[in-house]
Write a protein that binds this ligand. Structure first.
Ligand code: ADP
Ligand code: MG
Length: 337
């Protein structure tokens, strides 16, 4: 006998719907950090400050100097399926912002305490928490504070690891995003102590600051253009290879992605110089028409679907192969050999 029959079909409450959705996007403090920092970037910020307490479980706070949210839109900002980033199917198919699902803030608020304070240029600051709006103080931009992650869903809280492990995931996440946005300054404060301070800079400098020394010391720059897009960044020489694929970064339009076609293209370019199971180190940025990449595949958006994946494979393969084959001494101080 089926235990689910005879109980009647019922609609889920908004709260439960959000908690189910939160299961897809928020699985640990690092995913809160990712969503909040991405929102800050979408808001056009030039400087982003992240505070983490208790591994981010106790508190994640992200403050930016972006466009802010007007008072009359604060309620919508934390409502499910409400977004300022897409309006119709056409915009969805060419979306250039990091967010577009309108789910992150609502999801986070359903599993933790969320306080949002914002001020748009020429107006006063306001806060919203638990649906209540109140006057606040602050410079222009937005600060979102998330406290006591998963206290509303104790079963999920049990899956969290130690504070130091959760903190490490948060820092990895911030560095991964910061690599792709060198023109934005990032600062990270952990339990009241400043641990990361990245001034606004160019790609080379940001990579130099965040990449491990062996990679910094032995890489080639990639800078290639075809009508389909531009590819730039660093590829490690064989001496910077690893046993594990833990120093591989690939971004499409500023978004970190994992994609078999892309990683295969890069690995294939190393076939002549890297043998066995060795894993190349690389950090590559592919900028292309957003219409050619579908990011609406998975809630966390790290999986994508590429149109013309064959052509992109060819392009990446040739650009990396060409960079690795380059033997000219460019400038020893730049880390190129
Ligand atoms: P999405 O990013 O997919 O639109 P979110 O739930 O992350 O959905 O955010 C909802 C909306 O709140 C955004 O579309 C944006 O208008 C606004 N918002 C969120 N964070 C910020 C921020 N830091 N600065 C300005 N606006 C923001
Ligand atoms: Mg968002």
């Amino acid at each position: 006998k089926n235990i689910y029959t005879g109980r009647g079909i019922r609609e889920l409450s908004d709260q439960l719907v959000s908690q189910i959705a939160a299961g897809e996007v928020v699985d640990r403090p690092a995913s809160v950090v990712k969503e909040l920092v991405e929102n800050a970037i979408d808001a056009g910020s030039t400087s982003i400050e992240v505070r983490l307490d208790g591994g981010g479980i106790k508190r994640v706070s992200v403050a930016d100097d972006g466009c802010g949210i007007p008072r009359e839109e604060l309620t919508l900002a934390v409502k499910r399926h409400a977004t300022s980033k897409v309006r119709d199917l056409d915009e969805l198919e060419s979306v250039a912002s990091l967010g577009f699902r309108g789910e992150a803030l609502a999801s986070i608020a359903s599993v933790a305490d969320l306080k949002l304070t914002s001020r748009v240029e020429g107006s006063d600051a306001f806060s919203i928490m638990d649906g209540e709006i109140s006057p606040a103080s602050g410079t222009h931009g937005t600060r979102i504070e998330v406290s006591d992650l998963f206290y509303k869903t104790p079963a999920r809280r049990k899956f969290l690891k130690s504070e130091s492990t959760e903190l490490a995931h948060c820092l990895t996440c911030i560095e991964r995003i910061a690599l792709a946005y060198p023109n934005i300054a990032f600062s990270v404060i952990v339990n009241g102590k400043s641990v990361i301070n990245l001034p606004a800079s160019g790609t080379e400098e940001r990579l130099s600051r965040l990449m491990p020394k062996d990679f910094r010391d032995a890489h080639r720059a990639v800078d290639a253009s075809v009508p389909i897009g531009n590819l730039y960044g660093w590829v490690g020489l064989p001496t910077a290879a690893r046993a594990r694929a833990d120093n591989q970064y690939f971004y499409i339009n500023g978004r970190f992605v994992r994609d078999k076609v892309l990683s295969h293209a890069v690995r294939q370019a190393y076939n002549d110089v890297l043998h066995g199971q060795s894993q190349p180190s690389y950090c590559l940025f592919l900028d292309m028409d957003p219409k050619r990449v579908d990011v609406n595949v998975h809630p966390t958006k790290s999986e994508v679907r590429l149109r013309d994946s064959q052509a992109i494979h060819q392009f990446v393969f040739h650009a990396v192969e060409e960079a690795l084959a380059r033997t000219t001494i460019v400038d020893p101080s730049s880390g190129e050999i």
